[in-house]
Design a protein. Structure first.
Length: 132
């Protein structure tokens, strides 16, 4: 592999961009090491594709830049982008990821509903009526 692989993943308002290139198995998220990602649940979610692709994940360096959304959405966006990059690096992994969890390769398209005009606050809230 000569060129680095660039992929992206989205979840709600979070967008993750991944650069995968040959290396020693280093994973960085926003210029921090993977073990510094907090909370632990988000770290575990993010490392799922790496655990499934253990022999290939040790041969590549993964650089993740993520912004927007909450910490769990960011973790899921990273998870999607990393799995996509690894499956482009090694095509055998696509079946492994699909068998484990389809969400690793297929994005969840649900987004926040936009707020409508004349509705105070929430997207579906309406003005209260009083008939007396």
């Amino acid at each position: 592999m000569k060129k680095p692989i660039h992929t992206s993943g989205k979840r709600k308002m979070a967008v993750a961009r991944v650069t995968l290139k040959e290396g020693t198995g280093k994973v960085t998220v926003n210029k921090k090491s993977l073990d510094q990602v907090e909370p632990e649940m988000a770290r575990m979610k993010l490392s799922e594709p790496l655990l499934l692709a253990n022999q290939f994940a040790d041969k590549v360096d993964i650089k993740i830049s993520v912004k927007g959304g909450g910490f769990m959405s960011q973790a899921e966006a990273c998870r999607l982008a990393v799995a996509r990059a690894l499956s482009r690096y090694q095509t055998k992994l696509k079946e492994v990821f699909m068998e484990y969890d389809r969400q690793l390769l297929v994005a969840d398209v649900r987004r926040r509903e936009s707020s409508k005009p004349n509705s105070q606050g929430k997207a579906r809230s309406k003005r209260q009526k009083s008939y007396r």
